[in-house]
Design a protein around this ligand. Structure first.
Ligand code: KG4
Ligand code: ZN
Length: 379
């Protein structure tokens, strides 16, 4: 593993550009695939080590609050209104100008089409005006490679990707080479957290709200199912658990704060038991697919910020003889540092995109993965 320096600081404590060394590339990243507008600058040295120089994220939740979920048209307009400013902030925090960057990377999918267009078109405009290479990044690949930026961890490793739109186990064989080991047959885990929060009257995004509430709850008061436990195929399912929480909530309504805390704690405990069991199975299957023992197990995506889940997966990895990695909390959710880093990894391998690269609202990392019964477009 390579020791990475996340931010270079001047003596006054301000981030500064790392001294240019031979083969170092600087990439500007742009993220607009859902409801975070983000820009970041990272450096990648010739030895593959990384330096995160700046990262600016503006969440749009205020814009969507009254609607109880992300409204695609509102999200696209909000990205368009502030993206220029966010890019300027990221460059200024990095002490860099557009002339300094060696490539411009933007999330081109999967995600909401309007937001993706805003980010990718901005990247194309910069690339064209400044004669810089464009990298159209797969948002899932960016989550998958984040541990290269934060922990200097190169492939191969098995990754649990848990976000608002996806729940997958991916064998990361190399940059651009992925085998999907498992997926969800219904809701993504983040979606299950968000829907559970909504039915319990908690604010959105639901994951952090459920986690917070669960800290004071009794996880054993309500009997809740552990979906898919013991199944030989490693897939996930969360829709039934969410429905079970709804039934238990109706049984004890009107809900007191204690009821809500106990339901959150019970939900989280059931999630952990199910995810641990699915990952244990997935690790065995990934080792079969790789034909070798794995050394590292990684969690990434917004839900990987959940402390109970991180603790449970750390324990599981230890039991399986693997080292566990998850990005720091700020880099679990959507951000542009991961887009810039995935862009830098691709640029270093000569993998650049033409200026007519399309946005891809649906863009699986493993296009060869067999269809799983029940799994929809999120597979
Ligand atoms: O990766 P992400 O920021 O966006 C997508 O690509 O979807 O993930 C967002 C999801 C949301 O569903 C949010 O509720 C969930 O991640 N999330 C959490 C936590 N923080 C964010 N879920 C559980 N516990 C958390 N602490
Ligand atoms: Zn994401």
């Amino acid at each position: 593993m390579i020791a990475n320096q996340l931010v270079f600081m001047s003596e006054e404590g301000k981030p500064v550009l790392p001294a240019a060394v031979d083969g170092q590339i600087l990439v500007l990243g742009i993220e607009t695939s859902c409801d975070e507008t983000a820009a970041a600058v990272v450096a990648r040295r010739a030895d593959g080590s990384a330096c995160l120089i700046s990262s600016v994220v503006r969440a749009q939740w205020e814009h969507h609050r009254d609607f109880g979920g992300v409204v695609p048209e509102i999200a696209a307009r909000a990205h368009a209104e502030c993206l220029d400013e966010i890019i300027r902030m990221a460059l200024s925090e990095a002490g860099a100008s557009l002339a300094d960057v060696d490539g411009v990377a933007a999330a081109a999918g999967p995600g909401l089409i309007g937001g993706l267009i805003v980010g990718l078109v901005s990247a194309k405009a910069i690339a064209m005006a400044r004669q810089k290479p464009l990298i159209a990044v797969n948002h899932l690949e960016a989550h998958a490679l984040t541990v290269g930026l934060t922990d200097g961890l190169p492939p191969p490793y098995l990754m649990l990707l848990v976000s608002g739109g996806h729940t997958q186990l991916l064998l990361v064989r190399d940059v651009g080479v992925y085998t999907r080991i498992a997926t969800t047959i219904d809701d993504a885990l983040g979606e299950a957290f968000d829907k559970t929060a909504k039915l319990l009257g908690l604010p959105q995004p639901g994951g952090p709200a459920v986690e917070e509430c669960a800290t004071t709850g009794n996880p054993t008061r309500f009997a809740l199912p552990r979906p898919m436990l013991g199944r030989s195929e490693p897939h996930f399912s969360f829709a039934g658990l969410k429905t079970a929480v709804r039934h238990r909530a109706h049984e004890v309504a009107p809900l007191t704060n204690t009821d809500v805390a106990d339901l959150c704690a019970g939900f989280q405990a059931a999630v952990l038991a199910s995810v641990r069991d699915r990952c244990a199975r997935g690790i065995d299957l990934a080792e079969q697919a790789l034909g070798a023992k794995l050394g590292h197990f990684v969690a990434a995506g917004g839900v990987a910020a959940n402390r109970t889940l991180r603790a449970g997966l750390t324990e599981l990895a230890k039991k399986k003889g693997l080292a566990f990695h998850a990005p720091p909390l700020a880099l679990c959710g959507d951000n542009a540092a991961m887009i810039a880093w995935a862009g830098a990894e691709r640029l270093a391998r000569g993998l650049v995109d033409p200026l007519d690269a399309p946005v891809r609202p649906r863009w699986p990392l493993d296009s060869e993965a067999p269809r799983v019964r029940g799994a929809g477009v999120k597979a």
